[in-house]
Every structure is written in structure tokens, then in C-alpha cells.
Ligand binder design. Sequence first.
Ligand code: SAM
Length: 276
Amino acid sequence: FYPMCRRFQFSFQLPGVYQVFESVARKYDVMNDMMSLGIHRVWKDLLLLKMHPFPGTQLLDVAGGTGDIAFRFLNYVQAQHQRKQKRQLRAQQNLSWEEIAKKYQNQEDSLGGSRVMVCDINKEMLKMGKQKACARGYKAGLAWVLGDAEELPFDDDKFDVYTIAFGIRNVTHIDRALQEAHRVLKPGGRFLCLEFSQVNNPLVSRLYDVYSFQVIPVLGEVIAGDWKSYQYLVESIRQFPPQEEFKEMIEDAGFQKVTYENLTSGIVAIHSGFKL
Ligand code: SAM
């Protein structure tokens, strides 16, 4: 089967970005787990650890899709806020940890003023995200907006943090999306991007090539009945600029103190920059 996949892999007319995500939306989460063997969850957790949001953080998650980053953010800020309040309560009222735990049983929604706005160009992806939020009981501090990363429907200087996870490579004009990220961030705000990047280990690189070109489209066909969309996703990974080049693009958009961290031998990287 593999040689057949190889022979035909470039003979398809690849679909446009909108059709791809419209088509994969329903199976998106299950395919993410299958294709990355669950590792995308660890990468997303690491993005949150890097962000380390402060109490009251206003986050914009662009290309937020089905809400993975938003839900992690809400979990993180809720846990952080509750820890802080419990410490204060213990210090002020001299309560035991058991008494504090009881007091907090009914206050699951406390986020300390932090909020996340999920923005995505595809209404099917947002629909799946909203359904997931409902099923998991997320209510406070979360909003969904249909919008294009290249022309964000927000005022200037509005957010403390801008995230984009596995989204920027799908944007047609990356430079415009980066300029928009800079515009909507407050001075002092942080840009964080989690994206597939260039593998820096030759052995991992060869295995990764085989896996992505020969296994992923097959998984796409078998699980989601959609070879073309997964072929497109693999192609888009290969066309995305490597770490250093992308770092320069972020700097060109006006960000400062731009750094990046490779994860899993550079299969993905987290780029960070500040609007100063
Ligand atoms: N961030 C989510 C995650 O990590 O699971 C979803 C990533 S998914 C691979 C890419 C998302 O980018 C899709 O939901 C797609 O609709 C969105 N997207 C593509 N082009 C976009 C654009 N120009 N503006 C906003 N979202 C876009």
C-alpha cells in the first residue's frame, strides 16, 4: 500500500483551507490524538506553562478551533486563582485546609477576572468547540468569535496574550496575521505560537517523513474518509518556514525579545515575542 500512496501523493488537487477544516471539524479531535499519538496534548500543556498567565489575563486564542488552548487556559487560571484565594483565606481567618476545601466546593467558576476569546475563521470548528465547552461545563470567561487572523475583529491594544496553536501555517499571509497580533496586544503583551517546525535530528527526520507522508493520509482516509485534507495538512507543515526564519518574521512585525523553544526534536516549536 505504501508505494501506491507515494505514487499518488502529489497527484491530488488539494482543497482550500476553509474546505479542509469544514471537512475535518467533526473528526478533528480524534484525528489529532491518532496522528500525534496523543503528544499534541503535552505540547499544548507546555504552551500554557510557558504562558504562565497572571491573574486577570485577557487571552486571545486565534485559529482556536475546537478550544483546546482555551480550555487549558481556563483550567490553569481557575486552579491558580483558587490556590491564591485559599492561601489568603487561611491567613486571614485561620481556617483549616479542610474547612477551606468545603467553602470552595461550590465556587468552581472563579477565574480571578481572566478571560479567553477564541477566534477562528471556520464556523464548523467553532461549533465543535462550543459543543465541547457545553459538554465539559465551561461557562464563565469564555467567548467565541468568527474572524480572520489577517483582519481581526478587535480594537487595538486589547489583549495581554495572543496565542495561535497549529494555525498560523494555514493563514495565507502570515506577515499580515503577525501584524494583526501586534496591533491587538496591549503594550507589554505577549505573542505565543505553537507550530510544526523543522526537525533537527536526522533519524527522527527520516521517521517523521515516512510517518507524515505515508501514514497520516492513510489514517485520514480510514478514520475520517478524507485523504485530501490530511494530505494538505502534511504539505502545509513542510511549507512552513523553519525556526530562525519564522523568528525573523515575528521580529519584522514589531515584536521584541523573540525566542523559540524546540519540542520533540523540533517537530514543533514554541515562538514567543513581546510588544514593548
Ligand atoms: N488551535 C487549535 C488546536 O490547536 O487544536 C486548532 C488548530 S487547526 C489545525 C487550525 C485552525 O486554524 C482551524 O480551526 C482553521 O479554521 C483555522 N484557520 C485557518 N486559517 C485561519 C485564518 N485565516 N484565521 C483564523 N483561523 C484560521
